[in-house]
Design a protein around this ligand. Structure first.
Ligand code: NAP
Ligand code: MG
Length: 485
């Protein structure tokens, strides 16, 4: 199979002038997949200049809105046609199961493009009630050049959360994918050109966050930063972006509570606990990493969770075979080390390791496999209950009653997602209202839809991706006052 070899700048497939490349690694066997072209500051500047020029001359923003929609739908179609290829890039780069990549992630990329294609000719301003002699109205206009910086857990999907609404509204973009997972975005950039996205409107520049990301965040020609990643990097970005007063949207980390009450359908709740933490090996910002269980059913749930968790034995995904792996390796060596360190911290803090608790050797001695790990008798003050582990590690915490469940849920710096399992509608709705989270599931976990906004409270960031809500982040409102004489 061939791999992308070019940056996408100004509508061209270009190699960096320096010839710089970096290796990208398959976490299933630690082999080098290929060398990825690496942007330096001069490539980033070129990308920003071409995005600026493309925006300022209106080659995209001034098109008839429905035409922008047609191009985005064409791109959605190309993503569907290239589903297997894009899914394979994700599987190789970050160890996704083929099912997750080919049946969930890439099809969702296409669906999100279609969803926002529909908004190109539907987002309107207002005509306000005005007295005689005056007409007042508002226009919604694109912001300009958007810098998109994204992580490696859903490489193309989270990039599309930015691309689709930004493009639909007529902005130009410069995108920096995570170094760990740049291949799918580069291939997507080629498909975007094929679909008819004009030159300079979507630029893809892989490279290090400290170089490429930093340049995008500080460059005066960039109007807005849309970032998904860790809270610590997000805080740094917000500070630096302040110097040029860029608009900033931050989708950051989480430590989401998954709350099971004694009246819940326990079989469904335990299944939800598994989906909540082991889907995509726990490398999900909204992972249900704190399982809060009512004391009366605590022992029963702990036993069922431990039994089910042990079935998620990690194995190497075989690209093209949706049945090949239930859970893949974690995405990188850095992630492998970081997850194992936090597992050790949990042991040192005195949490009880019910199952798992170490790396998994699949017989080859290679690959970043971690056993599905469950701690119980966790105190919410422990590091493993407060820090985002971003791996297949679940902490079970008991509670007595609803008030205590909500208190534990909210005793955390993050506020990205939560779930509540109960048959009592009133209780579900009380918890929905009181929990600090941008998304709350009732009797479900890890479900997403293009129409439903996604984002955080507290240290999980601000602004919303997805839904009509995301469009606010890619438009400026202009108030117009017309004197009718
Ligand atoms: P990260 O370390 O914050 O990196 C995210 C992106 O920022 C990468 O592209 C990274 O580049 C870049 N970056 C790093 N330093 C930078 C700097 N100084 N200036 C500009 N850009 C910089 O996060 P990650 O480890 O990739 O991803 C995991 C995190 O993302 C978790 O905390 C997770 O919860 C969060 N996440 C949040 C959501 C959400 O929607 N809320 C969704 C998914 C993930 P390089 O790494 O390539 O150098
Ligand atoms: Mg990799």
């Amino acid at each position: 199979m061939s791999f992308p070899e070019h940056l996408i700048i100004g509508g061209e497939k270009v190699k960096p002038a320096s010839g710089a490349t970096f290796e990208t690694i398959n976490p299933a066997d630690e082999s080098v997949i290929c060398k990825v072209p690496e942007a330096g500051e001069s490539e980033v500047d070129q990308a920003i200049d071409s995005a600026r020029e493309a925006f300022d001359d209106g080659r995209w923003s001034d098109l008839p809105p429905a035409k922008r929609g047609r191009v985005l739908r064409k791109l959605a179609g190309l993503v569907r046609t290239h589903n297997a290829e894009l899914a394979r890039l994700e599987t190789l780069d970050v160890g996704k199961t083929d099912f997750d990549a080919a049946k969930i992630e890439i099809p969702t990329v296409a669906n999100i493009l279609d969803y926002y294609a529909g908004f190109t000719d539907k987002l309107t301003g207002d005509t306000l009630p005005s007295e005689a002699g005056v007409l007042r109205m508002t226009l919604r206009q694109p912001i300009g050049v958007v810098g998109a910086i994204t992580p490696w857990n859903f490489p193309l999907l989270l990039a599309t959360w930015k691309f689709a609404p930004a493009l639909a509204m007529g902005n130009s973009l410069v995108h920096k994918p995570a170094k760990v997972s740049s291949l799918s975005a580069l291939r997507f950039g080629e498909l975007a050109l094929e679909a008819g996205i004009p030159a300079g409107v979507l630029n893809i520049v892989p490279g290090a966050g400290s170089v490429v990301g930093d340049r995008i965040v500080t460059h005066p020609s960039v109007n807005k930063i849309s970032f998904t990643g860790s809270t610590s990097v997000g805080i740094g970005i917000q500070k630096k972006a302040a110097d040029t007063l860029k608009r900033v949207t931050l989708e950051l980390g989480g430590k989401s509570p998954n709350i099971i009450f004694e009246d819940a359908d326990l079989k469904a709740a335990v299944r939800g606990a598994m989906t909540g933490i082991f889907y995509n090996k726990g490398e999900v910002c909204a992972a249900g990493s704190r399982l809060l269980v009512q004391r009366s059913i605590y022992n029963e749930v702990c036993a069922a969770v431990a039994e089910q968790a042990a079935k998620f034995v990690p194995s190497a995904p075989v690209p093209g075979d949706p049945r090949s792996a239930r859970m893949g390796p974690v995405a990188s060596k850095a992630q492998f080390d970081s997850v194992l360190n936090l597992i050790q911290a949990g042991k040192d803090e005195g949490a009880n390791c019910l199952t798992g608790g170490s790396a998994h050797d699949n017989g080859t001695g290679k690959g970043y496999f971690i056993q599905p790990t469950v701690f119980n008798d966790v105190d919410n003050a422990m590091r493993i209950a407060q820090e985002e582990i971003f791996g297949p590690v679940l902490c079970i915490i008991p509670f007595e009653d609803e008030a205590e469940a909500v208190a534990i849920a909210n005793d955390c710096s993050y506020g990205l997602a939560a779930a509540v399992w109960t048959q009592d509608v009133a209780r579900a709705l009380r918890v929905v209202r009181r929990v600090d989270a941008g998304t709350v599931w009732v009797n479900a976990y890890n479900l997403y839809d293009p129409s439903l906004p996604f984002g955080g409270f507290k240290a999980s960031g601000y602004g919303r991706d997805l839904g009509e809500a995301a469009l606010a982040g890619y438009t400026e409102s202009k108030s117009v006052w017309i004197n009718l004489g």
